[in-house]
Design a protein around this ligand. Sequence first.
Ligand SMILES: C[S@@+](CC[C@H](N)C(=O)[O-])C[C@H]1O[C@@H](n2cnc3c(N)ncnc32)[C@H](O)[C@@H]1O
Length: 211
Amino acid sequence: MSFTPKEIEDYCVAHSSGLSEVATELMLHTRASIHGSRMLIGELESSVLKFLIKLGQVKTVVEFGTYTGFSSLIMAEALPDDGQIITIDINPETSKVAKSFWDKSSVGHKIQQILKPGPEAIKDLHGTYDLIFIDADKNGYPLYLDWAIEHLSARGLIISDNTLWYGKVLTAGLDKQTDSIRLHNEKAKNLEGFTKTLLPIRDGMFLITRN
Ligand SMILES: C[S@@+](CC[C@H](N)C(=O)[O-])C[C@H]1O[C@@H](n2cnc3c(N)ncnc32)[C@H](O)[C@@H]1O
């Protein structure tokens, strides 16, 4: 879902840094062969992610929601050579596709996969991280945000994806996932000591950093 008219989004993509060959191949493969490819972050959000990683001099990332590894690959490409991503997912099939494409890239050494539900995976993650990218099960968003606040490095950035959820966030009581994203957004809005912006890029990118 994107809130931007297609021709405007295409123009933005055409005037932004583009995808690598392997990222393009992974995007096309996912769209052609894998169920749920609308979940990919897409090209414009990819360029925004890369830009923020460069700007924030991010070195460590935790990602909730690997899927076929497209956003992990994008982030790994923007990280310095000693940067590291830990990416979490429950789906062994799509995680296998992800690994096969990372192995073809020159940045696969930066990515570590955890194949567990998010709430279990975080029990083993005790560090602080420069970027926490929330893009897994929508019912988990409030919990992932709480964890992210506790585990954010001093200059860190939280990005929660799909926080406009096809526009459904405007209406309370529609369904459990929408209410969960609404709760996440209220929590984010009310955080003290943090600067926040909710951008209508693709399906909504909520950016949160310390003051
Ligand atoms: C929106 S997709 C991630 C897309 C990916 N970030 C990208 O753009 O390339 C969401 C992923 O969350 C995973 N997921 C669903 N429930 C989960 C859970 N409880 N814990 C971790 N991952 C989960 C799904 O298997 C799916 O691959």
